[in-house]
Design a binder for this molecule. Structure first.
Ligand SMILES: [Zn+2]
Length: 251
């Protein structure tokens, strides 16, 4: 059995996507959210579908949406037992989005919410690794309930720092790309006990279906790549990554 620890399910025929996933042994899916609208959708989809769970959070590119009212709203939503984490939260300097200072403020505020709610976090970091690592290190106390760095694509040194903070990694289709040599090297070094699988669907479909609309059913391609890189059996990747999800997200 596999788990897709980070997918965006709110587009397309959700029932069919979930059914396709289950037919490919992907039995559980964590549906991530990024703004007010997708938080509500993710929670609704998790309520309606067995094996689907939700995260709630304001993505750094939507940092302007965050407010005291949203904090109250998130705390209300989090009472639903299907809400398993706060995310995606973090820093994204790739686009001309919200000012970096605002992103940092909203990231810190949501780390605090996760701590208060006793929930793990799901972190998005793009072109902002050093600022993100600084914020995480300065707020280590708030990381008590663990969490993951999603779509991790950093160096070995970054990975070591993240492990030192007690966090894990969710690894997606990028690791199957031919030009992802440095991530592949990092994956050889990362302990399997720290890795979970994700699609980040509908984005980032893995090889050999790269360029198509990604779905949770593609998780086994990512698992196979990790198995190949580590010289182990795909069954072992399935077993351990599922165990890691259970440890962090309590599902
Ligand atoms: Zn995502």
């Amino acid at each position: 059995m596999f788990v897709d620890a980070h997918a965006h399910l709110y587009d397309g025929d959700v029932k069919l996507i979930i059914e396709n996933a289950k037919n490919n042994l992907v039995q559980k899916i964590i549906c991530a959210s990024s703004d007010i609208e997708t938080m509500q959708k993710a929670v609704a989809i998790s309520n309606e579908n067995e094996g689907v769970f939700a995260t709630i959070g304001i993505h750094p590119q939507d940092a302007e949406q965050f407010s005291a009212e949203i904090e109250i709203f998130m705390k209300k939503l989090a009472k639903n037992p299907k809400v398993v984490a706060i995310g995606e939260i973090g820093l994204d300097y790739h686009y001309d989005g919200p000012a970096h200072d605002l992103q940092k403020k909203v990231f810190r505020a949501q780390l605090k919410i996760a701590y208060e709610l006793k929930k793990p976090i799901q972190i998005h970091i793009r072109d902002a690794m050093s600022d993100a690592l600084n914020i995480l290190s300065e707020n280590k106390k708030l990381l008590k309930y663990g969490g993951v760095v999603h779509c991790f694509n950093g160096s070995k040194e970054d990975a070591e720092k993240i492990i030192g903070l007690g966090l894990d990694f969710t690894i997606g289709g990028v690791c199957t790309f031919k030009n992802a040599k440095s991530l592949q090297e990092t994956l050889k070094f990362l302990p399997l006990e720290k890795i979970m699988l994700e699609t980040d669907s509908p984005y980032l479909a893995p090889e050999p279906v790269r360029g198509t609309k990604n779905e949770s059913k593609n998780i086994p391609y990512i698992a196979q790549k990790i198995a190949d890189l580590k010289g182990i059996d795909i069954q072992e990747v399935a077993r351990q990554t599922t165990k890691n999800v259970e440890r962090v997200f309590k599902i």
